[in-house]
Design a protein around this ligand. Structure first.
Ligand SMILES: [Zn+2]
Length: 118
């Protein structure tokens, strides 16, 4: 067992001692109080961390909902089949490509290749 030092007279005493045998300064109460205080601080920190995580999660969820509902409500032009969109049009406005999936784009590239006999 590791001996502790009395905070008053600095004598080595048992950590289980309720009071210092030399000067009579209360020990257990002091230590127990400090432990309790430390635990309370740790609990508080955990609480704040939890709260922070909750707030961050809320912000993320909120921005996701805003993002998706914004997308849904914004009028998007009716999507035409890729074969009807001319290459010039796509060159002018590359954002049109975002409307199509990679598979559709690859199919279209195949179609153009076949048309040109490549
Ligand atoms: Zn003492």
């Amino acid at each position: 067992m590791t001996l502790i030092r009395c905070y008053q007279c600095n004598k080595k005493i048992s950590p289980d001692a309720v009071a210092c045998p030399k000067c009579g300064a209360p020990q257990q109460g002091e230590i127990a109080e400090k432990k309790k205080e430390g635990k309370r601080k740790a609990d508080q920190t955990a609480g704040w961390v939890g709260l922070g995580c909750g707030v961050i999660a809320l912000i993320i969820v909120g921005s996701c909902i805003a993002h998706f509902s914004g997308q849904a409500s914004s009028p998007s032009p009716p999507r035409r089949p890729l074969s009807e969109v001319s290459t010039e049009e796509l060159k002018r406005d590359e954002s049109k490509l975002d409307d199509y999936t990679t598979d559709e784009l690859l199919d279209e590239i195949d179609r153009i290749d076949r048309k040109h006999g490549w």
